[in-house]
Design a protein around this ligand. Structure first.
Ligand code: ZN
Length: 488
């Protein structure tokens, strides 16, 4: 009973600050919006538990079995039709509710990162029993997306809306695989609008570009021999890898400053007294647009060929994925911002600010962090030009086919770097829960508006058509290649 009174009061407070024009012009829409928010408040406990579970599982890409199953079970219980194991990936799924058009999609991600095990603590403290952690906050991302879909389903039934709401369970975002292969499998073909969100350290609409990126592995094949007794009878695959890396590091100076090349050696041989017969290096090549990525990657392949020649080894290459830059959509971004302003920034409390302040300490000491606020408690205004995200996201590929937009909600300490232990701690704490609930509300309100407004749909499509003029989606993934079974 007490809880009911609290929910009613908070809903009343929330709607007392709604812009009057919306409430006056669209009484039905306003009551639908109210129901969206009320429903999300009513299922907050369940969503927080789900975020906590996926945070604890911390499964890396293509291994997110428990995480995907956790989200699927919530969706099935709510009456969604779910297809699991789509596009040849056991942890990919599509969940759907309703019938016909428009079809509004919401993207869910749930993969974690290696080497980022961390407890919910203000200082560095790896969690026992795992080496991985949600340094990008995808536990909250997936849970918030599913929460949004549940709220849309609730008002869909109650207000007899038309159209289809769909949740895409997209694995392995960190290696830019899930959505790319789901797209190539045709799963986004009939989508009208695609919505997404990402935990961040700011509250803002995702009117943004991102970097295109190719991920590929170069394996060098040599001949093993005793490294001291008969090195003249061996050919070192590791020499091939090292020479390739030297070449790539020379190339780096002569590509655009905004381009990025990074690698890890996934196999450097067995032990020093055996000339390595096999060695492998894994590369990401990024640029602000896909055309540049193609050029850089051609150069890198020549370098790999050269390294094989120099080391008298053979080189084979596999392309894991080819990801495109994000195409921003102004009308969607503006609609998202309208709803984000209504919902407002997360309401952080003193405990949240204390944790965030502690998380910032090491960043301040090591990297000279300038942020004075512990957490973002305001919503950013619409930017004059699109933000440029220095990372990559496979949401980018979807945005080449479907008008796509979303938001970032504060789930991390202000100014904290991506893929950091600080972010693991924050997104598993009430800071992350609060950001996630804001995002779920904004996504649900935006999706609901697109289900009801053909005008809004048309303007998103017109913006998309305009931006896609002169662009053709091309991929260097070999035709018909199946999604990788594992990343490592
Ligand atoms: Zn991410």
């Amino acid at each position: 009973m007490r809880r009911w009174i609290f929910a009613t009061l908070s809903a009343a407070l929330f709607f007392s600050i709604l812009p009057i024009d919306n409430a006056a012009d669209q009484p039905a829409g306003a009551s639908i919006d109210e129901d969206v928010v009320k429903h999300l408040d009513s299922i907050q406990k369940e969503l927080v538990e789900c975020n906590q579970d996926i945070w604890t599982y911390a499964e890396v890409g293509l291994e997110e079995h428990r995480s995907a199953a956790r989200l699927v079970s919530i969706l099935k219980k709510a009456g969604f039709r779910v297809k699991e194991g789509v596009a040849g990936m056991p942890t990919a799924f599509v969940a759907e509710y309703g019938e016909g058009s428009p079809v509004i999609g919401i993207l869910a991600e749930y993969d974690a990162l290696p080497e980022l095990s961390q407890e919910i603590a203000g200082t560095r403290k790896p969690a026992k029993g795992r080496t991985t952690g949600h340094g990008c906050g995808h536990c909250a991302l997936g849970t918030g997306a599913v929460g949004a879909a549940l709220a849309v389903k609730h008002v869909y039934d109650k207000h007899k809306l038309k159209g289809t709401i769909r949740v895409y369970g997209t694995p392995a975002e960190e290696t830019l695989i899930g959505k790319v292969y789901m797209l190539l499998a045709g799963l986004f073909r009939d989508l009208d609008i695609c919505l997404h969100w990402h935990p961040g350290s700011k509250n803002r609409t995702y009117f943004s570009t991102s970097k295109a990126c190719v991920s590929a592995k170069f394996t060098f094949h040599g001949i093993a021999a005793h490294a001291s007794g008969s090195p003249d009878k061996g050919k070192s695959a590791l020499d091939g890898v090292e020479l390739m890396n030297i070449g790539a590091n020379y190339m780096r100076e002569h590509i655009k400053e905004t381009s990025r090349v990074h690698y890890v050696i996934t196999n450097g041989g067995g032990q020093p007294n055996v000339v390595p017969a096999t060695s492998q290096v894994w590369y990401y090549v990024r640029a602000n647009d896909h055309t540049d990525v193609e050029k850089h990657f051609d150069w890198l392949k020549d370098i790999a060929d050269g390294a094989a020649k120099m080391s008298r080894t053979k080189m084979t290459m596999t392309i894991d994925t080819d990801c495109h830059e994000l195409i921003p959509n102004e009308p969607i971004s503006k609609l998202v911002l309208k709803h984000l302003k209504k919902v407002g920034a997360p309401k952080f409390d003193d405990a949240d600010r204390a944790l965030a302040t502690q998380l910032q300490t090491a960043i301040r000491a090591d990297f000279g962090l300038k942020e004075t606020n512990p957490l973002a408690d305001t919503v950013d205004e619409f930017p004059k030009t699109p933000y440029s995200d220095a990372g990559s996201t496979d949401v980018g590929d979807i945005s080449w086919y479907v008008p796509t937009g979303g938001l970032s909600a504060a789930c991390f300490a202000a100014g904290s770097p991506g893929h950091s232990w600080q972010n693991v701690a924050a997104v598993g704490s009430p800071i992350g829960h609060k950001g996630m609930m804001v995002a779920a509300k904004v996504l649900a309100l935006t999706a609901t508006e697109y289900l009801q407004s053909p005008t809004a749909l048309n303007s998103a499509k017109a913006d998309f058509d305009q931006r896609m003029k002169g662009r053709t989606y091309s991929t260097i993934i070999p035709k018909g290649q199946a999604a990788p079974k594992s990343i490592r």
